[in-house]
Each structure stands twice: as C-alpha cells, then as structure tokens.
Design a protein around this ligand. Structure first.
Ligand code: NAG
Ligand code: NAG
Ligand code: NAG
Ligand code: NAG
Ligand code: NAG
Ligand code: NAG
Length: 542
C-alpha cells in the first residue's frame, strides 16, 4: 500500500514541508487548549507570585503586612490564597492628584526664591493608618503625557517611598517595594542599586532608607526650595533614623568633582576653581577627572598642586553632537557616576568659582541643580550620587535618548525629569539679558559664579573683555570678573603661571578693543588703560 502510494504520489520536498506545518499547527492547538484549561483551573493570581519568594526570606514575623497602592478591589480579591494566609493585606487609600494639575505646575518656569513658595497639593495617605508595613505592592500608572513627566506616576512613587520610610518594623527587619504594571517605577526615586529582582512586569526593591528619606524630605518639584534640608538636614535625618531600622550612619564620603577633556583651555579655570573651594575651608575631597589623551603631565602637576586628586579617564563622545563641535565630548562628564568611592558628588564645571562654603548643600539628594530655563536644570553644578548601575544605564541610554542641545545637559534632563532645585545663588550665571540693566552687577551673597561667555583668564585683569563685542555683552560684568581675579590674586605664584596670557589671546583682545573703539561703544571699556602685568611676559618672550 505504502509503496503504491509513494509511487502514485511521490514524496517531494513541498509535501514534506506541508506535513511538518500541519503537525506544528496541531501541536500548538493542543498546547493552547491545555493552557486554557490550566488557566481556568489555576488562574495566575492563585499561584504564589515570584516576588513573594524573593521577599519572604527577609521577613522574620509570622505574618507579612502588605500595603496595596493603586491596586483596586478586583485585584485584591484575586490575590493568591496562599498569599492571603501568610499575609495581612491592606489597601492604602489616597486621592489621586486631580487631572488638571500638570507636570509644569510642579516644575514652573520660575519662582521667587526670596519668598516662601508653595507647590500644588499632592495628596498622601494617612500614614498613621499604615505604619507597620513590610511590603508595599504598587501598580505604576502609565504616563498620561510626556514619557517620564507624569503627575500620577510621581504621586504613586512618592506614596510608596513615604510609606517605606515611615514603616516602623518592630523586629528590625527590612521593608520592600514591589512594583507591577506595564510602566516602570521612577528610577529617580527607586535607585537601580536597590533593585533586588526584576522579572516581566515585576520589580522588587530593598531600598536604602537613609537615601530614600532624603528624597522624601524634598519638595515634590522645583516649585519650592528646601531650606529645611539645609539648616536642619542632619537633625531631621537623625530623627527619621531613630524611628526606622537604620543605625548610626557612617561619615558620608563626599567630594567636589570637575572634568577636563579635549583641550587644555580650562586648566587655569580648574586650578582657580580648586583654589576657590579651598579658600572656603571645605572638609570635602577635590577630585578631577582628566582625559588621559588631552591633558599634559605639566598641567596635571599644576592641577594636583592646586588641590585636585587626579583620576585619569577616557573621554566619551556625545551621541548627538556634530563632529568637531564645541560639545563633541561633553558626555565625558557622565563618568562622575563611576566615582563609587563617594556617596555624593558635587560636580562643578571648570568655568565656575566658589565664593562661600557650600559644604552644607551635600545634604541634598541626587539630582539637585539650579534652574537653567523652564523645567530644565543647568548641568554646570549638580549634586549626584555615584553608582555603577546608574552609569551603565546612562551608557545604554545615550544613543536612544535625544538631547535638546547635543550636550550632556540635554541628555541628563531627559534622564532625570524629576530633580530638586538648589538656590540660584549656588550657580549664579554671569548673564544679563535685561537691556535696562547697564551695570551688570551680581548679588553680593552668591555662593558660586558661572562664567558664561569669554572666560576671565582669557581677558585682561583690568576689565571684562566681553564688553568689547556686541554679541558678548550679555555676559559682561566687571563685578563678576573681579571676583574671579580675587581668587587668582590669592593663588601661589607657581599656580599663576598656568593662567598666563598667550600672544593669541592678546591679539584677539587687541582686535576686539580696536573694533569697540571704532564703533565707540558707550560703555567705554575700550578706553581703559590696560595694566595687566601678564602682558609683560608676552613682551619679554617676543
Ligand atoms: C521577631 O523575630 C523573631 C524571630 O527572629 C520571632 O520569633 C518573633 O515573633 C518576632 N517578634 C515580633 C514582635 O514580631
Ligand atoms: C538590627 O540589626 C542590626 C544588624 O542588621 C543590628 O546591628 C542591630 O543591633 C539590630 N537592632 C535591634 C534593635 O535588633
Ligand atoms: C532617639 O530616640 C530615643 C528614644 O526613643 C531618644 O532618647 C533619643 O534622643 C533619640 N535620638 C535622636 C538622635 O533623636
Ligand atoms: C578658613 O580658615 C582660616 C584659618 O582657620 C580662617 O582664617 C578663615 O577665615 C577661614 N575662611 C573662611 C571662608 O571661613
Ligand atoms: C560642552 O563643553 C564645553 C567645554 O567643556 C562647554 O563650554 C559647553 O558649555 C558644554 N556644552 C553643553 C551643551 O553642555
Ligand atoms: C571703523 O568703522 C568704519 C565705519 O564706521 C568702517 O568702515 C571701518 O572698516 C572700521 N574700521 C575697523 C578697523 O574696524
């Protein structure tokens, strides 16, 4: 029979394929039926969820207290029976933030920092009703608008963080956050370092509570400064720590950090920055990340002499900048997250100087900065918390995430949409866009000045050469200029030579002065008789 069949219908390759296909379909159909049957008998929620096995070994008590956040009644009823036997579950009640409150209400264009300001209300649960939780199980809502900038998502994350921080575990055991849902928890609040387990739509965190407390103490957005953190920060944390399970804290490891890459133009700036910080009697370390290929041994000597501990790095190319653009390697700054010997880092660009001690601002958590414009922070001065997994995440995301200006600032603002506002005086821009303001003075009580425009060390000491060019006059300020040179004056002689005037700088200034004179600029800076002694060394060379 078979031989007859094979004669009349010979097996060719297409028939074989057909048979294999049929077989596959049949097997798949049977498997599907089996799955349906299994689901009907044992719904997924009737099995001990994976996250429970992760958390349970840490908890010493018989019963585990689980708080449910943004998980409605239906979900609660469906929760596994075995889980119900081993856990007390309580739904956490709070009113979702109203629809018309948007992200920009928490991150306004501007606030008057001189007067106490208020943020829109973001309701929290009555914490006293839920103070003995071991686990907070929360469903993360997906963004209503811009990815990462969603008010309801922020609220749910803050509710979880606040519950964790306030939980009073009698037996000194840990507390956990378990997130579920198709959207991710906010990594600005729940650090990747604390992620214990992740599978599918489940994330289990065992948060370091001290760090979480610092974030919970911050205002919910840049709608407010956080004066309490500054003046009473240490005290508040000690109180919090007393009520939670953490113990006496070790002395935090903290450092001021700057980075030099691609050219030596900022070596003098970095030397002056170090000197200015040392002049404030800081107790923190000073660390400079130096691109091994672009900073010479001679410069490194001066930088070390100025107070920096040098850490060699390889620069990182910006993913979204033009070749040979001014910001081509600005992503090198991201290496500050690799400084894992420090708990916190105050990053400062080399074109700033510090005028008053700012050590107390280490009380702020990641990421704290000064507003640049609208909801964007300026990355010239930032308080961050180094972390290897954060650095890896930044490296992974640097191609996928756009940057509005091709530099690190645009990138970091997309990555950290939830950030904390530092007082503007901490990163006072040398920038004057009010045409009625002729004097271009900066306030007297600033902590640090950010030298926009032509850098002071490439001008004469006598006046700010930004005055000599019309398009630079928004950056011109003799008062700010003088502050920089005051730092220079107190520097040892052997460091001053790193700030010498080159003949190129001199030629450029002369040319701009001549143009300003020809155009008879009314500010009259071009009339000033220059006395800068650094010119003498040029004359003696030539
Ligand atoms: C504390 O933990 C121990 C086991 O380490 C347990 O026997 C005891 O019941 C726990 N106490 C409370 C109050 O939960
Ligand atoms: C809590 O646990 C830590 C170690 O994890 C221990 O040093 C401390 O004494 C414990 N405190 C109490 C009150 O059990
Ligand atoms: C911690 O709490 C104990 C009693 O609960 C209190 O005596 C102590 O002063 C508190 N410590 C701090 C630093 O607040
Ligand atoms: C730094 O310390 C020195 C010596 O103790 C003191 O003279 C100086 O005033 C201090 N500077 C500041 C800014 O506190
Ligand atoms: C990039 O770096 C350069 C020099 O280090 C700096 O002048 C510039 O402001 C940076 N740009 C951005 C967009 O961060
Ligand atoms: C000076 O200004 C005049 C016009 O006002 C212009 O023709 C001339 O080229 C300028 N000279 C220089 C050196 O800029």
């Amino acid at each position: 029979m078979a031989s007859k069949l094979s004669k009349t219908m010979p097996f060719n390759s297409s028939a074989t394929l057909f048979f294999i296909a049929c077989l596959f379909l049949a097997i798949n159909y049977i498997r599907q039926l089996h799955n349906e049957f299994q689901k009907a008998t044992y719904p997924e929620s009737f099995r001990i969820p994976g996250w429970f096995d992760v958390v349970a070994p840490y908890i010493r008590d018989e019963k585990i207290n689980i708080g449910l956040v943004n998980i409605d009644g239906v979900h609660v009823d469906n929760i596994d029976l075995e889980l119900k036997r081993r856990a007390n579950m309580v739904k956490v009640h709070f009113n979702p933030v109203v629809d018309y409150i948007r992200w920009k209400d928490f991150f306004p264009v501007w606030i008057n920092e001189k007067y106490p300001s208020k943020c829109p209300e973001i309701q929290m649960p009555r914490f006293e009703d839920y103070h003995e939780l071991d686990v907070i199980l929360a469903r993360v809502p997906c963004s209503r608008d811009d990815e990462g900038r969603d008010v309801l998502r922020l609220q749910v994350n803050l509710v979880v963080a606040n519950l964790l921080v306030r939980s009073r575990r009698k037996n000194n055991s840990s507390v956990f956050a378990v997130f579920t849902g198709s959207c991710t928890p906010m990594w600005e609040i729940f650090r990747c370092d604390d992620l214990l387990w992740h599978e599918g739509n489940y994330w289990v965190y065992k948060p370091e509570l001290t760090r979480l407390q610092q974030k919970v103490l911050m205002p919910v957005g840049t709608c407010q400064l956080a004066p309490a953190i500054l003046e009473q920060g240490q005290k508040i944390w000690r109180k919090y720590n007393n009520t939670s399970q953490s113990h006496t804290l070790p002395q935090p490891r903290e450092a001021y950090v700057t980075v030099l890459h691609s050219s030596e133009n900022y070596v003098c700036g970095a030397i002056a920055l170090a000197q200015s910080i040392m002049q404030t009697n800081t107790t923190k370390d000073l660390v400079l990340l130096a691109d091994v290929d672009s900073i010479s041994q001679y410069s490194l000597e001066g930088l070390r002499e100025a107070g920096w501990k040098i850490k060699p790095i390889r620069r990182i190319r910006s993913s979204h900048s033009e070749r040979h653009a001014y910001n081509e390697y600005n992503y090198s700054k991201l290496r500050i997250w690799q400084l894992k010997n420090y708990d916190k880092v105050m990053f400062i660009d080399s074109d700033l100087i510090v005028l008053k001690n700012i050590d107390k601002f280490f009380n702020y958590p990641q990421l704290s900065a000064v507003r640049n414009h609208e909801h964007i922070f300026n990355s010239g001065l930032m308080l961050i918390e180094p972390s290897t997994c954060t650095f890896k995440t930044l490296m992974k995301k640097r191609f996928a995430v756009a940057s509005y200006n091709g530099g690190d600032q645009g990138f970091l603002n997309e990555i950290f949409p939830w950030w904390h506002l530092l007082p503007a005086k901490l990163n006072q821009f040398k920038y004057f866009d009010d045409i009625n303001d002729q004097l271009h003075e900066i306030p007297h009580d600033m902590y640090a000045v950010h030298y926009f425009g032509i850098k002071p060390w490439t001008c004469y000491q006598d006046y700010d050469c930004n005055w000599d060019r019309l398009k630079n006059q928004i950056y011109a300020s003799d008062m700010a200029h003088e502050k920089w040179w005051n730092v220079y004056k107190d520097m040892p002689k052997k460091l001053k030579k790193y700030c010498s005037l080159t003949s190129e700088m001199d030629a450029r200034i002369q040319m701009n002065r001549a143009k300003a004179k020809n155009a008879t600029f009314i500010d009259g800076h071009w009339k000033i008789k220059v006395k800068d002694p650094r010119r003498l060394s040029i004359l003696s060379i030539s």
